[in-house]
Unconditional design. Structure first.
Length: 386
C-alpha cells in the first residue's frame, strides 16, 4: 500500500517517499507499441490535468547519451511559461545522489575507506550517545545506518529567519549542548551499522565531510569535479544564480487552484537543494554508463546492496545512497524526492545501461508520485523499444 504524503508542512519536510519507489516501480513494463513519443505526450497531458500537476521535465538515457529530453506543462502557470529541457527544477532528495557521487570521487582518489570512522575528519565530535565507543563510518552515512535520526529535524521550521551555515547546523544538531541536540531523538537507539533509518542530516554530514576532505567548499568541489566536466552548466546548489525566468515555479494545489510557494530553504542543503534541468541531470545519469566520472568498480560498489534490511516487507535494498530493486532480469537503482513544490524521481537500469528521470514543480502526494512512476516506466519501455 502506498501511503499518501502528509498534509502538514512539518511532516512533509523533505521526507523521501521510500514506499513510493519500491518493487511496484516497474512490475509490469509498458509494451513497446505503447511507448512512442506521441502517445507519451498525450498521456502526460491527461495526467497533468488529472493530478493537478503544473509541469514536468523528463529524460531518457540510452547507451551513455541522453536520447530523449522533453518538458510538458507549465514552469510558471500565471505567466504561461512552458517547461522545456532547460527549465531548472529543485530536485529535493534526488540531490543526495550527487552528494554520494562527490564522496565516491574522493573515495576512489584514496581520501578515505568506506569503513573508516568519520570523526578524525571532522572539527566537532560525532558519536552516538548510546554507543559512544562505536564509530560512525562513511559507509553508514551512505547507507542510512549511522544512527543519526531526523526525528528532531522533521519538527524544525527554517522557512523564515537566517539559515545557519552547514557546519553550525550539524554541530548544533549532533553535539551535546547544541541548540537542536536531543540525546534520545537526534540519534536513534540502534547501534551504528545495525539498523536502517533514512536521514537527511546524515547526508548533510556527508556534504560537510566532502568539503573537509577536498580542502574546498563542497559547492566548489562538486562544480569542479562533477558539473563542469559533464557540461552541467545549469546546475547549482541552493538556487545560486537561478533566475525566476528559468526556474520551475514551485506550486501546491488547494481549493481547486494552484498556489505559488516560496523556494524551499534549509541548512542541510547537500541533502536536497540541488537545482538542475532535465538536460543537465540526464548528463549526470549518462555518466554512470560511460564511467566518465566514477570508475566502473566505484559504480559497482555504489550499486552493491548493504546487508542491513531496509524493510522486511519490501524488495528494496540499500546501496550507497541509491536504492536497489529488481525488475524482471534487471536491477534498478533509484531515488525519489519530495519538498513543498517539488517532486522528483531518477532511476538507472544497471543491467542495460538505460536511465530515466522525471521532475515536477508541485508538492508530492500519492497520485502525483504514482504519475511519476508511470512516466519512468514509459521511458524505460521507450529505451528498450527504440
Amino acid at each position: 500500500m502506498i501511503p499518501s504524503a502528509p498534509a502538514d508542512h512539518g511532516s512533509l519536510h523533505r521526507r523521501k517517499f521510500l514506499a513510493l519507489s519500491g518493487a511496484a516501480l516497474l512490475a509490469s513494463p509498458a509494451q513497446g507499441a505503447d511507448a512512442n513519443r506521441e502517445s507519451l505526450a498525450g498521456d502526460i497531458a491527461d495526467r497533468l490535468a488529472a493530478t493537478h500537476t503544473p509541469g514536468i521535465g523528463v529524460a531518457m538515457v540510452k547507451a551513455g547519451h541522453p536520447a530523449f529530453v522533453q518538458g510538458y506543462g507549465y514552469g510558471d502557470v500565471e505567466k504561461a511559461r512552458h517547461v522545456t529541457p532547460e527549465t531548472i527544477f529543485q530536485i529535493a532528495s534526488v540531490s543526495k545522489t550527487v552528494t554520494a557521487t562527490a564522496l565516491m570521487l574522493l573515495w576512489q582518489d584514496g581520501a578515505f575507506r568506506l569503513d573508516d570512522p568519520v570523526a578524525p575528519h571532522l572539527d566537532f565530535a560525532v558519536a552516538s550517545p548510546a554507543f559512544p565507543n562505536v564509530p560512525v563510518t562513511f559507509r553508514q552515512l551512505l547507507t542510512h545506518t549511522s544512527g543519526i535520526s531526523d526525528a528532531v529535524y522533521d519538527k524544525l521550521d527554517f522557512s523564515t529567519g537566517d539559515l545557519p551555515p552547514l557546519r553550525d547546523f550539524l554541530e548544533a544538531y549532533l553535539v551535546p549542548g547544541g541548540k537542536w541536540y536531543d540525546a534520545r531523538n537526534s540519534w536513534s537507539a540502534a547501534k551504528p551499522g545495525t539498523a536502517w533509518s533514512y536521514s537527511n542530516v546524515a547526508v548533510a554530514l556527508l556534504g560537510y565531510l566532502g568539503g573537509r576532505l577536498s580542502g574546498r567548499p563542497f559547492e566548489t568541489f562538486t562544480r569542479e569535479r562533477i558539473f563542469q566536466p559533464l557540461g552541467m552548466n545549469a546546475t547549482s546548489w541552493r538556487y545560486e544564480g537561478v533566475s525566476d525566468a528559468r526556474l520551475a515555479q514551485p506550486y501546491g494545489f488547494a481549493d481547486a487552484r494552484f498556489k505559488r510557494l516560496p523556494r524551499a530553504r534549509y541548512p542541510d542543503w547537500p541533502a536536497g537543494l540541488l537545482c538542475t534541468s532535465p538536460n543537465d541531470f540526464a548528463l549526470f545519469l549518462a555518466s554512470h554508463y560511460k564511467a566518465s566520472l566514477l570508475k566502473p568498480e566505484t559504480i559497482r560498489t555504489m550499486f552493491t546492496p548493504d546487508p542491513v534490511i531496509v524493510n522486511p516487507q519490501s524488495r528494496i535494498k540499500q546501496g550507497l545512497i541509491w536504492e536497489l530493486t529488481p525488475m524482471g532480469g534487471s536491477s534498478i537503482a533509484l531515488h525519489t524526492g519530495g519538498d513543498p513544490g517539488a517532486t522528483s524521481f531518477a532511476a538507472i537500469d544497471t543491467t542495460h545501461g538505460t536511465a530515466a528521470l522525471c521532475f515536477a514543480n508541485v508538492t508530492p502526494d500519492k497520485d502525483k508520485s504514482q504519475f511519476e512512476k508511470e512516466v519512468i516506466r514509459r521511458l524505460f519501455a521507450m529505451a528498450s523499444g527504440s
